[in-house]
Ligand binder design. Structure first.
Ligand code: FAD
Ligand code: NAD
Length: 478
């Protein structure tokens, strides 16, 4: 199919926002022949987020976990339009999405409107900062490829600056203090990867920093990894201790400046104290917040006014209070955790739903044609024949319409915790299996490898693993 193919006026226009876990899983399974499909996203690739923490230290190169959306869309049966742009506003009553080209190169047109009959919102979430001053200016997030690249550069910058001629001892300590805020899986995995980088490579390549390089994980709650079972939380904390990663739980960061963070904790006497913690690198991983385009859409729909965390959807993932608008993934609230697992299952569910809806429309059209034919049929024999066909079609229609609501099937939680160890809470036939250690690490590796988007990604990731195993990670600062 040609890229420039005009939309088919007999088909509905389905607009999909985002090229993340939810939207790509939908597009993978969607029969694109049934709709005029338009995809809008500022990112022209899919990103395999579970391996993003490994990109911060160069264990894996970022391009190995990216899959160009163009490459994937060109294999679809019918042409899909893709616009590299951000949806800035959704007018659900007028059924228009306003889009903006945010890239560096601007054409004569940078803003536009896209009309839709059906809309899927899969724009994910932003990084939460809870309005804490200084986070955006001085911290690094870990959500996108650019974040991982920035962190990788900063780690090396801190190490090189710490070894600058006549650097003072306090400054060396500060520069080599790597602080991670947020003890969810993102923070834990990053802390583990960073400590590995130090143990396996940095320590050998820059021995001067060996005594001062230090990773601290700060968490407001009493424990890290709250979604894992208690024994795995203990195992993680114990492993971090052995890896010499310091965990500071019950410590809430309140302010961030260029060189230190201010964190509140309660001392042994029960008195609240404010601690100044100097840092060289600050990675901020405190979870998700709403994107402005989602917040704006929610403000237009009365049924969404009480929701704080995202678009509330029903059991068919329809945005409550809006017709013909569906939401999936991190921007949708369906009582599941904001994970890739949930997003991809939601996307696949919508693809099935849309494929069935198209079939239903097709059958209904055929039925009305047959009814007309039956009404003008010349003789009884012909009428009876058509009646039989109608009965058959009605049976098919009932079958097609019988699609149950979305049901999430939890496969388990997995996280890498450093020094070739991982933790896993797996849903097993007989119940739950909680395991941690090196075997789990092998499982973690093979599970993530099998989940990679394409064979190309899989091969690249294996090559990266081998490369860093044989030659060590690359410590050049780009
Ligand atoms: P995303 O995958 O974030 O995709 C959102 C898409 O929308 C992107 O393409 C973005 O460019 C696009 N977009 C943004 N704004 C707009 C706009 N205005 N208009 C149009 N498009 C827009 N989950 C797991 O289950 N297992 C894991 O191991 C795991 N590891 C993770 C590791 C890290 C470091 C991170 C950050 C997350 C991890 N997650 C993991 C969580 C998982 O990545 C998310 O839950 C998942 O990405 C959500 O999918 P989504 O489609 O909703 O959003
Ligand atoms: P999260 O929401 O899971 O954890 C954030 C943590 O930051 C919380 O424990 C919170 O108490 C803490 N926090 C918040 N404000 C703080 C402050 N001011 N000071 C100190 N601590 C503070 O966030 P995440 O780890 O980014 O994960 C986001 C989502 O992605 C989750 O649903 C998670 O399950 C998913 N994810 C999964 C994996 C995996 O399965 N391996 C990996 C990464 C992310």
């Amino acid at each position: 199919p040609g890229e420039q193919a005009e939309p088919d006026p007999t088909k509905k226009t389905l607009v999909v926002l985002g090229t993340g876990w939810g939207s790509v899983s939908l597009l993978k399974k969607l029969d694109t022949e049934n709709y005029n499909v338009v995809v809008i996203s500022p990112r022209n690739y899919f990103l395999f987020t579970p391996l993003l923490p490994s990109c911060t230290t160069g264990t894996i190169e970022h391009r190995s976990i990216m899959e160009p959306i163009r490459n994937f869309l060109r294999h679809k049966k019918a042409a899909v339009k893709y616009y590299e742009a951000e949806a800035t506003k959704i007018d659900y009553e007028k059924r228009i999405v306003y889009i903006n080209d945010e890239s560096e190169i601007k054409g004569a047109t940078t803003t536009n409107e896209v009309k839709f009959d059906m809309l899927v919102v899969g724009v994910g979430a932003e990084n939460a900062t809870f309005g804490i001053p200084g986070v955006r200016e001085h911290g690094c997030f870990l959500k996108e490829v650019s974040d991982a690249q920035r962190i990788r550069k900063r780690i090396m910058d801190c190490c090189e600056t710490a070894t600058f001629k006549d650097q003072s001892p306090e400054e060396i300590k500060r520069l080599l203090h790597m602080v991670v805020v947020g003890g969810g899986p993102t923070g834990v995995e990053f802390a583990g990867e960073l400590q590995d980088f130090f143990e396996n490579d940095l320590r050998k390549w820059i021995p001067e920093i060996a005594n001062n390089f230090h990773v601290t994980l700060v968490e407001a709650l009493p424990q890290v990894l709250p979604m894992f079972s208690k024994n795995l939380i203990d195992y993680t904390e114990q492993t971090f201790k052995e890896e010499t990663i310091e965990i500071r739980t019950k410590t809430m960061v309140k302010n961030v400046t260029e060189k230190y963070i201010e964190a509140e904790y309660t001392d042994a006497a029960g008195v609240k104290q404010l601690d100044k913690i100097p840092y060289g690198l600050l990675v901020w991983a405190t979870g998700n917040a709403l994107r402005p385009v989602v917040k704006d859409l929610m403000s237009q729909i009365p049924a969404q006014k009480d929701s704080r965390r995202g678009l509330v959807v029903n059991e068919y993932l329809v945005v409550k209070g809006a017709e013909n608008v569906w939401a999936i993934g991190d921007c949708a609230i369906a009582n599941y955790a904001p994970t890739a697992q949930v997003a991809s299952q939601e996307g696949a569910f919508l693809a099935r739903l849309f494929n069935q809806m198209a079939k239903t429309d097709e059958i209904q059209e055929e039925l009305s044609l047959l009814s007309e034919k039956q009404a003008v049929a010349a003789n009884k024999e012909l009428r009876d024949g058509i009646f039989g066909d109608i009965k058959e079609l009605q049976k098919r229609l009932r079958r097609v319409k019988q699609m149950g609501p979305f049901e999430y099937s939890h496969q388990g939680s997995l996280a890498y915790i450093g020094s070739e160890k991982a933790v896993a809470d797996i849903s097993w036939f007989t119940g739950n299996l909680a395991s941690g250690g090196q075997l789990t690490y092998l499982f973690w590796r093979s599970a993530y490898l099998s989940m990679c988007f394409s064979t190309r990604n899989r091969v690249l990731v294996i090559m990266d693993w081998m490369k860093s195993y044989v030659f060590g990670r690359d410590v050049s600062r780009e």
